[in-house]
Design a protein around this ligand. Structure first.
Ligand SMILES: [Zn+2]
Length: 250
């Protein structure tokens, strides 16, 4: 069930049975010459909704814009600073904790969010403790990166080998092709692609990675691959979500 399509009495009824909530978080950033700018948010949202259906969990509105400062030299990218994203996460969790939610399962689509999310969770626990809410002590936030699922990683390795790369990957592009077949893009991709450089600021990133890809060959992506990635990620993360709830209850 999507929170946005529920009424407050429905949420109240849900809370009498479960205090778990899934929060999709992505990014709005360039994904090379053929990848959609919304890739990370689109993938996280679709997988979160799949997990929500499989586990009867409520799914919160997607945090569509993340920490993508290093992509902002490419047009269309939008980024929050890490400090802003931490406040967004803190306020999401605080509002929902006041309602009675305690288990927050973040399904993430963007590697660049990971460090900030972990910092945001620590910040949130401290703020909740200061607020003295009755259930604050029980609040747990879990980070689940769909692209790091073992089953997803193995399939990407099998299909693409070293051409999976680390940004604008064929696996994430395949998933968006499956979800939005009318938005599949074509462009000439050079065989040579930069990889392995450390990440600094936005101008430096564009200089090192001129077409936006990091070691990847998204031309290998197909919508059928995308279906397989979707199903694997939903299955694995559904298991992780249920385990997260069970551990909290034990
Ligand atoms: Zn991405």
């Amino acid at each position: 069930m999507q929170l946005q399509l529920a009424t407050w009495p429905e949420v109240e009824t849900y809370l009498s049975q479960s205090q778990g909530l899934i929060i999709p978080i992505g990014s709005t950033e360039q994904h090379g010459p053929t990848g959609l700018i919304g890739t990370d948010a689109i993938c996280a949202e679709a997988i979160a909704q799949g997990v929500g259906e499989a586990t009867q969990a409520l799914v919160a509105p997607t945090i569509n814009v993340g920490m993508a400062l290093h992509h902002t030299a490419f047009p269309g990218s939008i980024s929050l600073r890490p400090s802003t994203l931490m406040l967004v996460v803190r306020d999401y969790v605080t509002s929902l904790t006041k309602a009675g939610f305690t288990q927050f399962f973040f399904i993430n689509g963007h590697g660049g969010n990971m460090a900030t999310l972990k910092a945001a969770f620590s910040e949130t626990y401290a703020v909740l403790a200061d607020l003295n809410l009755p259930q604050a002590e029980r609040v747990q936030c879990r980070l689940a990166n769909w692209f790091m699922c073992g089953s997803v990683y193995r399939l990407a390795k099998e299909l693409y080998g070293d051409q999976e790369g680390s940004h604008a990957t064929p696996s994430e592009v395949a998933l968006t092709q499956y979800l939005y077949p009318t938005a599949i893009k074509q462009a000439e991709l050079s065989i040579e692609v930069a990889s392995g450089h450390p990440i600094y600021g936005a101008a430096d990133f564009r200089w090192r990675y001129p077409d936006g890809r990091m070691g990847s060959n998204p031309a290998l992506a197909t919508p059928e691959h995308g279906r397989q990635f979707y199903e694997l990620a939903v299955k694995e993360l559904s298991g992780q979500y249920l385990e997260f709830l069970a551990k909290a209850a034990s």
